[in-house]
Design a protein around this ligand. Structure first.
Ligand SMILES: C[S@@+](CC[C@H](N)C(=O)[O-])C[C@H]1O[C@@H](n2cnc3c(N)ncnc32)[C@H](O)[C@@H]1O
Length: 271
């Protein structure tokens, strides 16, 4: 078995179990789930089937984005995938490494990756795999933290597993996407006051149950947002396409049913 880097060890320790609280908070948390709706809405309109989320965690994104039977979520950790399977209706789930996806070349029309690349030693490897399993012209949708945002900076200092988020910003994402046809790299969440104050771990989510605090923070957030330059917003988002004629030979590291994949549902690749 290859030796894990200290970086990998930190990530595994942080992510190996299902975080039920996080799922509740992302999907139904008052005051917070609205900010998730706003973040994901522009992506929901873009999704075409078959659709894959790499590093789907507990399935919080798929709970919003998956509307079809031809959706698949994969995550490195089986407890997360099991939780997602039990709590999100519709998609198929499989435990698999984003660096060796268990799908054939040119399988998916859309691949979505959120908050995963900065948790991986070699993020280009995950993007290579995403490109391999995308159909020519298929779309990659990406969300990562913006290391220029002060909250992201603080979180990177305080939470070891988030340390690499400091390196992520619009330019870095553009570089990482050099093998794709990039349609858009943007930022989102100018002043994420509610996301901080109502956060299930770092904030005080009970505040969100009081409607006037929710309304007050929403207004402050909207007001201050007008003055924050986009380069400092909380998230970097990107939309890119697989080139119709790839510039390099696509690898075949994770051909269908590749080693290490554990399907939770009968099928782990839409036909
Ligand atoms: C911050 S969480 C984001 C989860 C989900 N994308 C979301 O937005 O809620 C990062 C996820 O990436 C997963 N992950 C980390 N390394 C991975 C890898 N090599 N292959 C697949 N998933 C991985 C973790 O298990 C974790 O669920």
């Amino acid at each position: 078995m290859p030796q894990r880097s200290p970086f990998d060890e930190v990530q595994r320790e942080y992510f190996d179990l299902a975080d039920e609280e996080r799922f509740e908070f992302l999907t139904t948390g008052p005051g917070f789930s609205e900010t998730e709706d706003a973040l994901l809405a522009p992506f929901a309109d873009e999704i075409q089937e078959p659709f894959l989320e790499v590093g789907c965690g507990e399935g919080g994104n798929l709970a919003r984005l998956a509307r079809c039977g031809r959706c698949v979520g994969v995550d490195l950790f089986l407890p997360k995938v099991r939780f997602a399977h039990a709590n999100v209706n519709g998609p198929s789930f499989a435990a698999a490494n984003g660096l060796a996806l268990p799908f054939r070349d040119d399988t998916f029309q859309t691949v979505f990756i959120r908050d995963v690349l900065h948790h991986i030693d070699e993020p280009r490897g995950v993007l290579r795999e995403a490109e391999r399993v995308l159909r020519p012209g298929g779309q990659l949708l990406l969300i990562e933290p913006n290391g220029r945002n002060p909250i992201v900076k603080v979180q990177a200092l305080v939470v070891a597993a988030e340390g690499k988020s400091r390196e992520f910003n619009t330019e870095h994402i553009r570089e990482l996407l050099s093998d794709f046809e990039v349609d858009e790299v943007a930022t989102a969440h100018p002043f994420p006051l509610r996301r901080v104050c109502f956060h299930y771990r770092f904030g005080y989510p009970r505040l969100a149950e009081i409607s006037w605090t929710r309304n007050l923070l929403t207004r402050v957030e909207l007001f201050v947002s007008r003055f924050v330059p986009p380069r400092y917003w909380e998230h970097v988002t990107a939309k890119a396409r697989k080139r119709s004629a790839p510039r390099r030979n696509a690898g075949n590291a994770g051909s269908a049913g590749g080693a290490g994949a554990r399907a939770i549902t009968p099928s782990h690749g839409p036909s």
